[in-house]
Design a protein around this ligand. Structure first.
Ligand SMILES: [Fe+2]
Length: 398
């Protein structure tokens, strides 16, 4: 019985510290503060493992076991009661995610094709000892790509029926993954012949990879433009203005904190960007492209036929509500990056935890898609394959 109680308490303990870890990553804390708090959280998280080992040693030695010692301590007892109570919502949340439908009704077709990306000359696409070591793990999907095709039905005019959007996110150019991997991902996006390309942040992690911008992002092709916002990892290049200029010089269009208005098939499409909480701008965004920045009304002006939001973090979905976007594209959470069998992912840098780790969600009238991303800071992925999202819009209007 004692083991059942401590097992429940352990589930609550993991739930509590994973939620703390996820929340910390959703904030704009400076890197050193986030890293130190991360270490603290991880130490708390693994604490029971040491106790379990102590338990085993005590058991073998016939002495007091760790649980008896914690149980005889008032603070230990109180903490175990709290974590046992936390275990209930932890399990309920986990079950609700498992039982809820995979995709909303607006996604009328879905297919995926998965393939490993190889270099044409047989050379390794992973660089550095860490990447090559992780690359040897048979479970590691870092060099795989899932091309996800989604047909979504939206309340947009017939003239936008058939509009094609390629969504790419979280490239994380670090040098661990060879630039040829990303060039092949871009080639696959181009073969879709998209009308719009959307990039939802975390493009370049390391200044050494700035030179890759032309051959990767500059190669993207889109009939009506390639639009991007920055993510938290883009801060790591140091000179963010220089990064932005290079991306613009490569042909990309920045929408962080602003609206862009374009005409497609005779109707107006507006695209806005949100880089909060890492870059300001979106907090001053007027409710529509033609209204003044000082506008205080909360009633959006419905003069656009379609409104698209690009946000690095899906956490901005509440901010998005008054704008009445039709579509929101986000990234940041990487699908948890490591997703355990049965349990699923446990880490996603979001204030919502794992709720929006990846996938498509109906948020009121807005359809939000959270990409697993093309890559990651560390070259390890398991059951959360790099993603290229190819969307075809269908009009729900007769
Ligand atoms: Fe990312």
């Amino acid at each position: 019985m004692q083991f059942v109680y401590w097992g429940i308490s352990f589930i609550g303990h993991v739930g509590l510290w994973c939620a703390t870890f996820n929340f910390l990553h959703s904030t704009a804390l400076v890197r050193w503060a986030r890293k130190s708090s991360e270490i603290l959280v991880l130490l708390f998280l693994v604490f029971p493992v040491f106790f379990a080992m102590w338990q085993l040693i005590g058991w073998i030695g016939g002495g007091d076991n760790a649980f008896t010692l914690i149980g005889s301590n008032v603070a230990g007892r109180a903490y175990s009661v709290v974590t046992s109570l936390i275990a209930i919502p932890t399990v309920l949340l986990w079950m609700s995610r498992k039982l809820s439908p995979k995709r909303p009704a607006a996604v009328i077709e879905f297919s995926e094709s998965r393939k490993r990306i190889e270099s044409h000359d047989g050379t390794n696409l992973l660089h550095g000892n860490l990447a090559q070591l992780l690359g040897k793990l048979p479970i590691n999907e870092t060099l795989n790509l899932s091309v996800d095709r989604l047909t979504v039905q939206l309340n947009v005019p017939q003239s936008l029926d058939g509009l094609k959007i390629a969504h790419l996110s979280d490239f994380h150019l670090t040098g661990y993954v060879d630039r040829r991997f990303f060039e092949q991902v871009v080639a696959r996006a181009n073969s879709f012949e998209p009308d719009l390309v959307i990039i939802s942040g975390d493009l370049v992690d390391k200044p050494e990879c700035l030179e890759w911008i032309d051959s990767i992002f500059g190669a993207l092709k889109s009939k009506h433009g390639c639009y991007f916002v920055l993510g938290n990892h883009d801060l790591r290049v140091g000179d963010v203005d220089d990064l932005c200029q290079r991306l613009k010089a490569a042909g990309l269009i920045h929408v962080g904190g602003i609206w862009r208005t374009l005409e497609i098939n005779g109707v107006t499409v507006q695209i806005a960007g949100n880089e909060l909480p890492w870059f300001s701008g979106a907090e001053y965004l007027p409710l529509s492209a033609n209204s003044s920045a000082q506008q205080t009304t909360t009633t959006p002006e419905p003069h656009a036929s379609m409104k698209i939001l690009i946000s690095h973090s899906p956490d901005q979905l509440k901010w998005a509500r008054p704008f009445e976007f039709d579509l929101m594209f986000a990234g940041h959470n990487h699908g948890g990056q490591i997703s355990f069998p049965v349990v699923g992912p446990i880490i996603a840098p979001s204030r919502y935890g794992l709720r929006y780790a990846a996938g498509t969600f109906q948020i009121g009238k807005m359809l939000m898609h959270v990409s697993r991303g093309v890559s990651a800071e560390k070259p390890i992925r398991w059951n959360s394959m790099p993603e290229l999202g190819l969307f075809t819009i269908r009009s729900a209007k007769d």
